[in-house]
Design a protein around this ligand. Structure first.
Ligand SMILES: Cc1ncc(COP(=O)(O)O)c(C=O)c1O
Length: 537
C-alpha cells in the first residue's frame, strides 16, 4: 500500500498535527493530503484586487437624509474569483456528511427522504419569493397550497381543524397546550398539572412547564409503554391533561392510547399527542379516532423537508372538535366570494371569537408547506401508507438483524415502529455507546442518535428511513456487527475513533460549550482551547 510509484514518490503516513488532521494521511510535497484538505477560512484564501462579480453601476449620490449612514471604511470582503469561491465551498461541503452521500440513521426527528421534485416546486418564484405583506389577491396560489395542505392534514389525522403557523415541533406543542389551556379556562376549570410519561421527548415537559403547568412523570412499564394503571391512578381534578408521544421514543406504538384518552377525558382532562413520529403510522391510524385533542405534525419529518442543524422546521397542530374553537390566529379562510383570506385579530372576532390569540407574526413556512403538499400529492394516500409500512419494515429488519450483537431492551415487546432501540448493556466494560457511534463515522456512516431516550442506559436509537434499500441496510448492519465484535474483542483503537475523518475524537462538552463562532482576523481568540486540549490530535 505504501509502495513507491513509477517516479519513485512514496507516500509517507504523517503524524497528524495539532490541527486535528487525520493521522493516517500521507505527507506530500505540497503538504496537502489527497483531497481531504484542511480548508482555510475564505478570508485567509483571499487576495487583494480580485473579484468574482461585476457591478455594472457606480453608486450614485447619497441622499442627504441617508448621509449619516454612509460607510466610513471599505467593506472588508474577501477577494476571490468565482471558481475560487465555488471550490472553497465545494471543498467545505466534502468535509461534511450529507443525506446525498449516505444514510442518516438518526432516530427521533430525523432527516428524511427529500425528493428533488419537492425542491423544484418550493423554488417556483410564486412560492419562493412570496412576501408576507403582499396584497392577498396576489398570493391566492400560495394560500391555496396552505388550504389544501390543511385539508390533507385533517383528513390523515381524523381531526377537525389545524393551526398551520407553528414553526417547529416544539412550537406546535406550545400551540396545542395553549389551546388546551384556553378550552379549560373557557369552562372555568383552569387546572395545574400536565402528566408526561418518563420516556417523553424533552420538549414535552419543557413545553408544559413553559405554559405554566406543573409537570408530573408517569412511569413506563417494562415493555417500554405508558403504565396505564399508574396514569389512571394519578388522574384527578387538578390534571389539565397528558402529553404522550405516539409512536413513543422507544420506537413503540402506545397500544393503550384509546384507553388513555378515555380515562383522561372521563377525568375532565385533555389529550396532547406528540406526533413527531407520525411517519410510522400515517395512512394506518388516525389519531382523532384514538381520542387525541391536539397533535403537532413535524412536516420536516413526516412529510419530507430537509431538517437538521436547527432548521427549517414546521409544526402544524391538528385539533379535535373540542379544541378547534380555540385555535390561534392567523389562519386562512375563504370569504363569501370564494377568495382566500388571511384572518388576523379583526376578522377573528366574528370567525373564531374564542381563539387563544396570536401564535406567530405571519403565516408559517411557505417553502415547507409547498414541499409537504408536493410529497402528499406525488405519493397519494396509498403511497403515504406504503412509506409508513416501509419505514416500519426497515426498522424491524435492523432490530432483528442486530439483536444478537447488541442488547435490544424491548425486542420482546413486539415489532418496533420506525426506529429500533438498543442499549449498551452487553458491551464489554470500558466500551461505550459513544465508541460505536464514533466507529460508525470511520465506516462511512453518520452515527445514530445516542443516549436518548433516557429510559434506556447508553441508548442507540436507529431510524433507517423508508427509502433505504436492503443492500444499504445490509451494509449498515455489517458495519454495526463489525463494531460490536471489535468491542467484544477488546480492540482499544475503537475508543479513539474516528481515525479517518477530518477531525479526531473531541471533548464534545467543551467543543459545544466553548464554540468559537467569530473570526476577527487576529488569529485564535485568547482563552480558546487548543485542539489537543479538547482531545483532538
Ligand atoms: C418525539 C419528538 N417530539 C418533539 C420534537 C421537537 O421537534 P422540533 O425539533 O421540530 O422542535 C422532536 C424532534 O426533535 C421529536 O423527536
Amino acid at each position: 500500500m505504501n509502495a513507491p510509484n513509477k517516479s519513485g514518490w512514496k507516500p509517507e503516513m504523517g503524524p497528524g498535527g495539532d490541527n486535528g488532521a487525520c493521522a493516517s494521511r500521507p505527507m506530500t510535497s505540497s503538504g496537502d493530503a489527497a483531497l481531504a484538505l484542511e480548508e482555510p477560512l475564505i478570508f485567509e484564501l483571499a487576495g487583494a484586487g480580485k473579484c468574482g462579480v461585476d457591478f455594472d453601476e457606480e453608486p450614485g449620490e447619497l441622499s442627504p437624509a441617508l448621509a449619516k449612514f454612509a460607510r466610513k471604511s471599505a467593506v472588508d470582503l474577501p477577494g476571490l474569483t468565482e471558481p475560487e469561491t465555488v471550490r472553497h465551498y465545494t471543498r467545505l461541503s466534502r468535509q461534511n456528511y450529507a443525506i446525498d452521500l449516505g444514510p442518516f440513521p438518526l432516530g427521533s426527528c430525523t432527516m428524511k427522504h427529500n425528493p428533488r421534485l419537492n425542491e423544484a416546486m418550493a423554488r417556483l418564484p410564486g412560492f419562493a419569493d412570496v412576501h408576507p405583506l403582499q396584497p392577498m389577491d396576489t398570493v391566492q396560489g400560495a394560500f391555496e397550497v396552505i388550504e389544501q395542505l390543511a385539508e390533507w392534514l385533517c383528513k390523515l389525522t381524523g381531526m377537525e381543524a389545524v393551526a398551520m403557523s407553528p414553526k417547529a415541533g416544539a412550537h406546535g406543542e406550545l400551540c396545542g397546550i395553549l389551546a388546551m389551556r384556553a378550552a379549560l379556562e373557557a369552562r372555568g376549570d383552569a387546572r395545574e398539572v400536565v402528566l408526561v410519561p418518563e420516556s417523553a421527548h424533552g420538549t414535552n415537559p419543557a413545553t408544559a412547564a413553559f405554559a405554566g403547568y406543573r409537570v408530573e412523570n408517569i412511569p413506563a412499564t417494562k415493555d417500554g409503554r405508558v403504565d396505564l394503571d399508574a396514569l389512571k391512578g394519578r388522574l384527578g381534578p387538578d390534571v389539565a391533561g397528558v402529553m404522550i408521544t405516539n409512536p413513543n421514543t422507544c420506537g413503540l406504538f402506545e397500544r393503550d392510547m384509546k384507553a388513555i384518552s378515555d380515562a383522561v377525558h372521563a377525568a375532565g382532562g385533555l389529550v396532547y399527542c406528540d406526533g413527531a413520529n407520525f411517519n410510522a403510522i400515517v395512512g394506518k391510524v388516525r389519531p382523532g379516532d384514538l381520542g387525541v385533542d391536539a397533535m403537532h405534525i413535524n412536516l420536516h419529518k413526516t412529510f419530507s423537508t430537509p431538517h437538521g442543524g436547527g432548521g427549517p422546521g414546521s409544526g402544524p397542530v391538528v385539533l379535535s372538535e373540542r379544541l378547534a374553537p380555540f385555535a390561534p390566529i392567523p389562519f386562512v379562510r375563504r370569504d363569501e366570494k370564494g377568495r382566500l383570506r388571511m384572518v388576523e385579530e379583526r376578522g377573528a372576532k366574528d370567525l373564531l371569537p374564542q381563539t387563544f390569540g396570536r401564535m406567530t407574526a405571519f403565516h408559517g413556512q411557505m417553502g415547507m408547506f409547498t414541499r409537504a403538499l408536493t410529497y402528499m400529492l406525488s405519493h397519494g394516500v396509498d403511497g403515504l401508507r406504503q412509506v409508513a409500512e416501509d419505514a416500519v419494515l426497515n426498522a424491524n429488519y435492523i432490530l432483528r438483524s442486530l439483536e444478537t450483537d447488541l442488547d435490544a431492551p424491548f425486542a420482546d415487546a413486539g415489532p418496533c415502529m420506525h426506529e429500533a432501540l438498543f442499549s449498551d448493556d452487553n458491551l464489554p466494560d470500558g466500551f461505550s455507546t459513544l465508541d460505536l457511534a464514533k466507529g460508525l463515522i470511520d465506516e462511512g456512516f453518520h452515527p445514530m442518535t445516542i443516549y436518548f431516550p433516557l429510559v434506556v442506559h447508553g441508548a442507540m436509537l436507529i431510524e433507517p428511513t423508508e427509502t433505504e434499500s436492503k443492500q444499504g441496510l445490509d451494509r449498515f448492519i455489517a458495519s454495526m456487527k463489525s463494531l460490536a465484535s471489535r468491542a467484544r474483542d477488546g480492540d482499544e483503537s475503537l475508543k479513539s475513533a474516528p481515525h479517518f475523518a477530518p477531525r479526531r475524537r473531541l471533548d464534545e462538552t467543551r467543543a459545544a460549550r466553548k464554540p468559537v463562532l467569530t473570526y476577527k482576523g487576529e488569529g485564535v481568540p485568547p482563552g480558546t482551547p487548543s485542539l489537543s486540549e479538547i482531545g483532538g490530535s
